[in-house]
Design a protein around this ligand. Structure first.
Ligand code: ATP
Ligand code: MG
Length: 427
C-alpha cells in the first residue's frame, strides 16, 4: 500500500492564528486538555475562519480523550448524542463542542443494503489523520494544535484556502452519497467565503443532486436556515442553481420560473434579504423561511387574479396553506415553525390588499405576525421597486402602534446548528 502523504505542519511563526484571538471558552478547553496530557486541537470552521482573518461562528475541538474523560475534566459539560457521543462544554456565552478523533466507519455496520453508501452509524474512534479525512471539505479539516500552536494539514486544505476553493475530501461522488447534505454545504461555504467550487466537487453535486432527497429533512432545514441567514444567500442560491440543486431543494423557485416575479425576482429577493441580514438586527426565522416562499405566493396570487378577477380572501389563505404545507412536509417543519410562517405570509397578504378601514388597520397592526409580514413587504418592495407608498404607510402605522406580546414564533435563529442526532454521525 502507498504510504500516506506526510502532513503539512505550519509552526506557530508561519501562520497568522494567535491564541488570544480564540474565544475564552475554546482557549480554556484546549489548555485543560493539553495540561491533562491529551492531544487537543481546534478544528473545522474556526481554524478556517481564523486563517482567513474572519470571525469564527463557533469553536470545535477534537482530542484523543474519550467523552467520559472530557466530561470529568469540565464540570460545566454534558455528553450528548447516543450513537456518537460528543461533549458540550458550556460557558456563559458560548458552547464549545469537543469530539474524540474519529476513524473510518465500520462498513458492516453502516450499510443498509449492498451498494448503499449512506452512513447510518458512526462509532469508531481513530487517529487525527483519519479524523481529518472524514470531514467534508479540505478547508474544513485543518487543525490548530494546542501543544505547539502549529497548524496541521493532512488534506491539502491550506492550498485550497489560498486558491479560494471548496474541494471535497476524497471522491466527491462517494462523499455526497455518504451524506447528501454536503452538497448543500458546498454551495453555502463557497458563497459565504467567496470561494469557487472545485470542478469535480461541482460536477459530482450535479450528478447526485437528486440524492438530496435521501438526506434527513431536519438536517436539510438547518442547513437551509444557515444559508438564508448567512448574508450571502443570493450567491449560495447561484451555486445551487449551477449545481442543479436549487430545483431539487426548493422546487418553489422552479415553479415561478417564467413569471416576472419568478426566477430573476427570487435572486433579487435573496439580494435584499442579504442586505437586511448584513445591515440590520437578527432577521426572525419566520421571515427567513417565508422569504424563500414569497415568490411562489406572489406568483400564485398573480395567477389567481389573472384578467382582473377578484379573488376571495379565503382562496388566498388556501394558497398560503398549500405552499406552507408542501414546504413544511418536505422539511419536516415543526408545528411552531409552520404556524410562524403561515401567519407571516397570511398577514403579508392582508397588507397587500388595497383600501383598509381604520378598524382593519388597527387589528392588523396588533397582530403578532405584523412585524414579520412588514419585513416581507419591505423585502418584496425593495426587490421589485414597487409598493413603496404602501410600505411607507404600514411602517408609519407600525411605529405608532404598541408592540404585541411575542410568543416565540419568530424566535431568533442565530445559534449553533443542532448537534444531536444524525448531523454528527458523519464525523
Ligand atoms: P460554520 O462556520 O458554519 O460553523 P463549520 O465548517 O464550522 O462552519 P460546522 O457545521 O460547524 O461547520 O461543522 C464543524 C466541522 O465538522 C466542519 O468544519 C467539518 O469539518 C465537519 N463537518 C460538519 N458537517 C459535516 C458533514 N456533513 N460531513 C463531514 N464533515 C462535516
Ligand atoms: Mg462551526
Amino acid at each position: 500500500m502507498e504510504a500516506p502523504a506526510p502532513a503539512t505542519v505550519l509552526p506557530r511563526s508561519k501562520h497568522p492564528i494567535v491564541a488570544r484571538r480564540l474565544s475564552a471558552g475554546a482557549r480554556k478547553v484546549l489548555r485543560r486538555l493539553h495540561q491533562g496530557g491529551r492531544n487537543a486541537c481546534l478544528v473545522g470552521g474556526s481554524v478556517r475562519d481564523l486563517l482567513l482573518d474572519r470571525r469564527p461562528k463557533d469553536y470545535d475541538i477534537v482530542t484523543d480523550a474519550r467523552p467520559e474523560e472530557v466530561r470529568r475534566l469540565f464540570r460545566n459539560s454534558r455528553i450528548i448524542g447516543r450513537r456518537f457521543r460528543l461533549v458540550h462544554v458550556l460557558f456563559s456565552d458560548e458552547v464549545v463542542e469537543v469530539s474524540t478523533f474519529r476513524g473510518a466507519p465500520d462498513p458492516d455496520h453502516q450499510r443498509r443494503s449492498p451498494g448503499e453508501l449512506l452512513v447510518t452509524s458512526d462509532n469508531t474512534y481513530g487517529t487525527p489523520r483519519q479524523d481529518a479525512f472524514r470531514r467534508d471539505f479540505t478547508v474544513n479539516a485543518l487543525l490548530y494544535r494546542a501543544s505547539d500552536q502549529a497548524v496541521v494539514d493532512y488534506v491539502e486544505g491550506l492550498e485550497d484556502l489560498d486558491r479560494g476553493l471548496i474541494r471535497a475530501i476524497g471522491d466527491p461522488n462517494l462523499r455526497y452519497r455518504e451524506d447528501p447534505v454536503r452538497m448543500l454545504r458546498a454551495c453555502e461555504f463557497a458563497a459565504r467565503l467567496g470561494f469557487d467550487l472545485e470542478d469535480r466537487t461541482l460536477s459530482a453535486a450535479f450528478k447526485h443532486r437528486r440524492e438530496i432527497a435521501k438526506a434527513s429533512p431536519n438536517r436539510l432545514i438547518e442547513e437551509l436556515i444557515q444559508l438564508l441567514a448567512s448574508g450571502r444567500s443570493a450567491a449560495a442560491f447561484d451555486w445551487m442553481r449551477r449545481s442543479g440543486l436549487l430545483p431539487v431543494v426548493l422546487p418553489e423557485v422552479e415553479e415561478v420560473r417564467g413569471s416576472a416575479a419568478g426566477t430573476a425576482g427570487f435572486s433579487r429577493l435573496a439580494e435584499r434579504l442579504d442586505e437586511r441580514v448584513n445591515n440590520g438586527p437578527d432577521v426572525p426565522l419566520a421571515v427567513l423561511l417565508s422569504a424563500s416562499l414569497l415568490p411562489r405566493i406572489v406568483v400564485g396570487r398573480e395567477r389567481l387574479e389573472a384578467g382582473g378577477k377578484a379573488v376571495h380572501r379565503r382562496r388566498l389563505q388556501r394558497l398560503v396553506d398549500d405552499v406552507v404545507d408542501d414546504f413544511g412536509s418536505r422539511f419536516a417543519l415543526s408545528a411552531r415553525r409552520r404556524v410562524g410562517i403561515t401567519r407571516a405570509l397570511e398577514t403579508f397578504q392582508r397588507l397587500c390588499e388595497p383600501n383598509h378601514s381604520p378598524g382593519v388597520v388597527h387589528n392588523l397592526v396588533r397582530r403578532e405576525a405584523f412585524a414579520p409580514a412588514l419585513e416581507l413587504f419591505g423585502l418584496l418592495s425593495a426587490a421589485t421597486g414597487s409598493g413603496g407608498k404602501s410600505l411607507g404607510f404600514w411602517q408609519q402605522v407600525g411605529e405608532s402602534a404598541p408592540s404585541p406580546a411575542t410568543t416565540g414564533t419568530t424566535k431568533r435563529h442565530r445559534r449553533r446548528r443542532r448537534r444531536r442526532g444524525p448531523r454528527r454521525r458523519h464525523l
